[in-house]
Design a binder for this molecule. Structure first.
Ligand SMILES: Cc1ncsc1CCOP(=O)(O)O
Ligand SMILES: C=C1C=NC(C)=NC1=N
Ligand SMILES: [Mg+2]
Length: 214
């Protein structure tokens, strides 16, 4: 499910700005991302039928490259599209309710900020944990203060079997510390979305794992 180094691209149409989100996704897929999450939030976010149509196009692209298609927050859309996974935060639906709704087939990710939240998420059936923000981020308006990799280290010590995905301000240049903390993957929005060469940026992120002291 999360072979190291997992590069977990997250995108919503608001993040893409003037760029074509589907072109960004295809370039990232060609570059070798291992997971994609559609996170449609913020200014002018798509809703209803237009969101569903866009989600279907993203899902088709992911399927073409054999990469899991994960939907953020919207459990009903994930269920309707038979997505490969759904990701929820602490304020979203409770992980146990989501698991009950989507069944065991679908990957369930939960955002956690502490060992206690990690314990609860795992107890409730989480397949992986999203942890951050590691560094400063401009892509989440209500992000907590960056905490570096210390919390990832704590959770890894306590739950060595649980895949942890680091998130928040991660680039190819600062990813090494996240690998060294034991993360199974890095989740990225802007470093890939705003890259001059998207494919190359993804490849540099994969390469950053080899440089890490594990
Ligand atoms: C969704 C989310 N959760 C914590 S930080 C963040 C945004 C990550 O975006 P970026 O990779 O551009 O910092
Ligand atoms: C907030 C998040 C944390 N981690 C992941 C993987 N996705 C998210 N949307
Ligand atoms: Mg959420």
């Amino acid at each position: 499910m999360f072979t190291k180094p997992s590069i977990y691209y997250i995108l919503g149409t608001p993040n893409a700005g003037e760029r074509d989100p589907l072109k960004l996704l295809e370039e990232a897929l060609k570059g070798g991302i291992s997971h994609f999450q559609l996170r449609e939030k913020g200014m002018n976010a798509l809703t209803g039928q237009s969101l569903k149509e866009f989600a279907l196009k993203c899902q088709a692209l992911c399927r073409k490259y054999g990469v899991p298609f994960i939907i953020n927050d919207d459990v009903e859309l994930a269920h309707e599209l038979n997505a490969d996974g759904v990701h929820v935060g602490q304020e979203d639906a409770k992980a146990s309710d989501v698991r009950a709704r989507v069944g065991d087939r679908m990957m369930l990710g939960v955002s956690v900020h502490s060992v206690e939240e990690a314990a609860e998420a795992i107890q409730n059936g989480a397949d992986y944990l999203g942890m951050g923000p590691i560094y400063g981020t401009k892509s989440k308006s209500d992000a907590k203060a960056p905490s570096g990799v210390s919390k990832i280290i704590q959770v890894r010590e306590r739950f060595p079997e649980a895949p942890v995905i680091g998130i928040g301000g991660i680039t190819a240049d600062n990813a090494e510390a996240v690998w060294e903390a034991g993360a199974a993957g890095i989740a990225v929005i802007s470093a890939i979305t705003e890259a001059g060469n998207v494919q190359e940026e993804v490849q540099k992120m994969v390469a950053s794992y080899k440089g890490a002291i594990l």
